[in-house]
Design a protein around this ligand. Structure first.
Ligand SMILES: [Zn+2]
Length: 145
Protein backbone atom coordinates (compact mmCIF):
# COMPACT_ATOMS: atom_id res chain seq x y z
CA UNK A 1 0.00 0.00 0.00
CA UNK A 2 1.27 3.43 -0.88
CA UNK A 3 1.83 5.44 2.26
CA UNK A 4 0.53 8.97 2.34
CA UNK A 5 0.96 11.61 5.02
CA UNK A 6 -2.07 11.38 7.27
CA UNK A 7 -3.49 13.28 10.16
CA UNK A 8 -5.85 10.80 11.88
CA UNK A 9 -4.45 10.77 15.39
CA UNK A 10 -6.76 8.31 17.15
CA UNK A 11 -8.72 5.36 15.82
CA UNK A 12 -12.30 4.30 16.61
CA UNK A 13 -11.03 2.09 19.49
CA UNK A 14 -9.21 4.96 21.18
CA UNK A 15 -5.74 3.91 20.06
CA UNK A 16 -3.34 6.67 19.15
CA UNK A 17 -1.99 6.43 15.62
CA UNK A 18 1.31 7.91 14.56
CA UNK A 19 1.23 11.15 12.64
CA UNK A 20 3.18 10.39 9.47
CA UNK A 21 5.18 13.39 8.30
CA UNK A 22 6.31 13.39 4.65
CA UNK A 23 10.00 13.11 5.57
CA UNK A 24 9.21 9.96 7.60
CA UNK A 25 7.61 7.98 4.78
CA UNK A 26 10.75 5.84 4.08
CA UNK A 27 10.74 4.77 7.77
CA UNK A 28 7.06 3.75 7.65
CA UNK A 29 7.40 2.01 4.27
CA UNK A 30 10.26 -0.02 5.75
CA UNK A 31 8.24 -1.09 8.81
CA UNK A 32 5.56 -2.40 6.44
CA UNK A 33 8.34 -4.61 5.00
CA UNK A 34 9.39 -5.72 8.53
CA UNK A 35 12.58 -3.68 8.26
CA UNK A 36 14.00 -0.96 10.46
CA UNK A 37 15.50 1.90 8.46
CA UNK A 38 17.09 4.94 10.04
CA UNK A 39 19.12 7.83 8.71
CA UNK A 40 22.92 7.33 8.66
CA UNK A 41 25.27 10.27 8.36
CA UNK A 42 27.56 10.14 5.33
CA UNK A 43 30.24 12.17 7.20
CA UNK A 44 30.40 10.79 10.78
CA UNK A 45 28.52 7.52 9.99
CA UNK A 46 26.32 7.70 13.09
CA UNK A 47 22.60 6.91 13.00
CA UNK A 48 19.85 8.73 14.83
CA UNK A 49 16.18 8.89 15.73
CA UNK A 50 13.85 10.78 15.63
CA UNK A 51 14.02 11.55 11.94
CA UNK A 52 15.44 14.93 11.08
CA UNK A 53 16.87 16.99 8.26
CA UNK A 54 20.48 16.81 9.41
CA UNK A 55 22.81 14.73 11.58
CA UNK A 56 22.36 15.66 15.27
CA UNK A 57 25.97 14.57 15.97
CA UNK A 58 27.93 16.63 13.43
CA UNK A 59 25.13 18.68 11.75
CA UNK A 60 25.95 17.32 8.30
CA UNK A 61 23.12 17.49 5.76
CA UNK A 62 24.57 14.46 3.89
CA UNK A 63 22.87 11.23 4.97
CA UNK A 64 21.16 8.16 3.62
CA UNK A 65 18.50 5.69 4.74
CA UNK A 66 20.14 2.52 6.04
CA UNK A 67 18.72 -0.83 7.18
CA UNK A 68 19.46 -1.50 10.86
CA UNK A 69 20.07 -4.91 12.44
CA UNK A 70 16.95 -4.62 14.59
CA UNK A 71 18.98 -5.80 17.60
CA UNK A 72 19.79 -3.84 20.71
CA UNK A 73 19.53 -3.70 24.48
CA UNK A 74 16.97 -2.25 26.83
CA UNK A 75 18.41 1.08 27.95
CA UNK A 76 15.61 2.28 30.26
CA UNK A 77 11.89 1.88 30.91
CA UNK A 78 8.85 3.14 32.78
CA UNK A 79 5.65 1.29 33.66
CA UNK A 80 2.45 3.11 32.76
CA UNK A 81 -0.51 2.51 35.10
CA UNK A 82 -2.96 5.10 33.79
CA UNK A 83 -5.14 4.43 30.74
CA UNK A 84 -5.17 7.76 28.90
CA UNK A 85 -7.75 6.50 26.42
CA UNK A 86 -10.24 3.63 26.44
CA UNK A 87 -7.96 1.52 24.28
CA UNK A 88 -5.30 1.45 26.99
CA UNK A 89 -7.70 0.14 29.66
CA UNK A 90 -6.99 -3.44 28.57
CA UNK A 91 -3.24 -2.78 28.40
CA UNK A 92 -2.35 -1.19 31.74
CA UNK A 93 0.05 -1.69 33.33
CA UNK A 94 2.45 -1.74 30.37
CA UNK A 95 6.06 -0.77 29.78
CA UNK A 96 7.34 2.07 27.66
CA UNK A 97 10.99 1.37 26.95
CA UNK A 98 14.05 2.93 25.40
CA UNK A 99 16.05 0.57 23.23
CA UNK A 100 19.65 1.28 22.30
CA UNK A 101 20.32 -0.29 18.92
CA UNK A 102 23.61 -2.01 18.09
CA UNK A 103 24.11 0.89 15.68
CA UNK A 104 23.87 3.36 18.57
CA UNK A 105 20.54 5.15 18.15
CA UNK A 106 17.99 5.05 20.99
CA UNK A 107 14.29 4.62 20.28
CA UNK A 108 11.30 4.98 22.59
CA UNK A 109 9.01 2.04 21.95
CA UNK A 110 7.02 -0.77 23.51
CA UNK A 111 8.30 -4.12 24.75
CA UNK A 112 6.00 -6.97 23.73
CA UNK A 113 6.01 -10.64 24.73
CA UNK A 114 7.56 -9.88 28.13
CA UNK A 115 6.06 -9.91 31.64
CA UNK A 116 6.73 -6.69 33.51
CA UNK A 117 8.55 -8.65 36.25
CA UNK A 118 11.03 -9.97 33.67
CA UNK A 119 12.12 -6.58 32.33
CA UNK A 120 15.80 -5.90 33.02
CA UNK A 121 17.98 -2.98 32.01
CA UNK A 122 20.54 -4.29 29.52
CA UNK A 123 18.46 -7.24 28.35
CA UNK A 124 18.92 -8.09 24.66
CA UNK A 125 15.92 -7.21 22.51
CA UNK A 126 14.99 -7.42 18.84
CA UNK A 127 12.62 -5.57 16.56
CA UNK A 128 9.18 -6.95 15.85
CA UNK A 129 6.29 -5.34 14.02
CA UNK A 130 2.62 -4.77 14.67
CA UNK A 131 0.11 -3.85 11.95
CA UNK A 132 -2.30 -1.45 13.65
CA UNK A 133 -4.11 0.31 10.80
CA UNK A 134 -4.11 0.27 7.01
CA UNK A 135 -0.64 1.40 5.97
CA UNK A 136 0.59 1.74 9.56
CA UNK A 137 2.97 -0.88 10.97
CA UNK A 138 4.48 -0.05 14.34
CA UNK A 139 8.06 -0.85 15.19
CA UNK A 140 8.03 -2.70 18.51
CA UNK A 141 10.59 -4.77 20.41
CA UNK A 142 10.60 -8.11 22.23
CA UNK A 143 13.16 -10.02 24.27
CA UNK A 144 15.65 -12.13 22.32
CA UNK A 145 14.74 -15.73 23.08
ZN1 LIG B 1 27.22 13.19 11.33
Amino acid sequence: MSLQPQSKMIDEHGRYLPFVYPEEIPFWEATQQRQLKLQRCSDCHKVWYPIGSNCPHCFSMKWEWAVMSGRGVLHNYVVMHKAWTKWFESRVPYAVVQVELEEGARLTTNLLECDLKDIKIGMPVEACYEDIAPGITLLQFRPVK
